[in-house]
Design a protein. Structure first.
Length: 224
């Protein structure tokens, strides 16, 4: 990955820090959540630097180790009393504003495509329309929570669309991994997400974005 421009690394690193900060704020500054998240990021970063995920022959087999542990942990919160209390206590306006991180993420994905590290299908130039979630997030935040011009049903619908767009991106990423199940990007498979620091996209950012949407949907459904 030495061929990538420095600004791609800087943008992704800054986005990761901002995302962790925003979600930390949404948890009302839960130190336990922050500690668990930082430990997870550190472990996966160390594995990425060691080349654990970057071998094309084993990448697809090992890729679930990036995504499944945080997803299972976050999903498990919905099945315990304390977990549901944690979800319902998350700050909804901050969760909404959190989706703005999807703008720089999409820019980084485009740069990775330009430098032949991921397929076009994973970018807004291809099958990925996730940037729309990031662009609309400030407007939903401002008119939904500051001016209160948008009702909860509209915010609920927006979160559902955001979740659908994210699942579309995840599907494209999985189907472009170098494996016998590959459907996209045969000329340039999805290799970048096996390298540090970009492996933190599926390991950290995607689970947080997904959790933000699902948690917001739960809160909005309950209040409606």
């Amino acid at each position: 990955m030495e061929h990538l421009p420095v600004y791609a690394y800087i943008t992704f690193g800054a986005t990761l820090v901002i995302a962790i900060g925003l979600f930390y704020k949404a948890t009302h500054y839960s130190k336990l959540f922050l500690l668990l998240l930082l430990v997870w990021v550190t472990v996966q970063s160390a594995l990425g630097i060691a080349g654990f995920y970057s071998d094309p022959n084993t990448m697809t087999v090992r890729f679930p180790l990036l995504v499944l542990p945080p997803l299972l942990l976050l999903i498990s919160r919905f099945f315990t009393k304390k977990g549901r209390a944690f979800i319902d206590g998350l700050d909804l306006p901050t969760l909404t504003l959190f989706h703005t991180i999807r703008i720089p993420v999409e820019l980084v994905l485009f740069w990775l495509f330009v430098h032949k590290s991921i397929p076009e299908a994973m970018t807004f130039h291809g099958r990925n329309f996730d940037i729309l979630s990031g662009i609309t997030a400030p407007f939903i935040y401002y008119f939904g929570f500051v001016k209160r011009k948008i009702g909860r049903r509209a915010i609920l619908a927006w979160n559902m669309v955001c979740l659908a767009l994210l699942l579309n991106v995840v599907a494209n990423a999985l189907l472009s991994l170098p494996s016998r199940f590959q459907q996209f990007g045969f000329e340039r498979p999805n290799l970048a997400l096996g390298y540090f620091p970009f492996l933190l996209l599926p390991a950290c950012l995607v689970p947080l974005v997904m959790f933000a949407s699902v948690a917001a949907i739960r809160q909005l459904v309950k209040k409606n």
